[in-house]
Design a protein around this ligand. Structure first.
Ligand code: HEC
Length: 149
């Protein structure tokens, strides 16, 4: 035992300090992955959900079994092709569209729906990029959560 620890001590100076710093960094990263991220994600989702309810909730629900409101149900919209819910009557501006809703397509849409897809009946604009990001992350997170069910 004593011999082993002497050997360990003797080994330390031969480990380049960069390696030690690297090891420290990956330990730190581990800590973030194991503990930090789930907490951070929960915060984002809560803030995102609030922002969604405030900005979109009058016209959209994300409760899976709820019928559409003025706009279609968005529970599974992230990663979904545009205008594909059979129970919702989309406008011609979206019907026959050929894109998938993701970060790239949602951002200009909620920044200014009528500019992004002229003729749509969604009359909505959100100028604040942070609010848009929160909403998009929320839609992504509920889609991912539903996949895990
Ligand atoms: C004033 C009501 C209203 C608000 C507020 C609103 N929407 Fe909409 N939304 C609609 C309507 C109506 C449609 C259908 C548009 C069409 O058919 O042209 C729609 C369609 C959509 C679609 C297309 C879904 C699909 O199945 O292809 C997405 C995505 C969407 N809205 C996201 C949002 C998000 C995110 C917000 C909040 C930032 C929001 N909307 C705010 C009314 C609204």
């Amino acid at each position: 035992m004593a011999a082993a620890s002497r050997e360990e001590i003797a080994c330390y100076p031969t480990i380049p300090s960069a390696t030690l710093r690297g090891a420290g960094a990956s330990l730190l990263l581990y800590g973030v992955i194991l503990h930090g991220v789930p907490a951070a994600r929960a915060d984002v989702s809560d803030a995102g959900r609030q922002q969604f309810l405030t900005s979109c909730g009058t016209c959209h629900t994300t409760n899976r079994d709820e019928p559409p409101r003025q706009g279609p149900n968005l529970a599974t919209v992230f990663g979904r092709r545009v205008a594909t819910l059979p129970e919702y009557e989309y406008s011609a501006a979206l019907r026959g569209g050929n894109w998938v809703w993701n970060e790239t397509t949602l951002d200009p849409w909620i920044e200014n729906a009528q500019a992004a897809h002229p003729g749509t009946v969604m009359n909505y604009r959100q100028a604040d990029p942070d609010k848009r990001r929160l909403i998009i992350e929320y839609l992504k997170s509920i889609k991912e959560a539903s996949r895990e069910l």
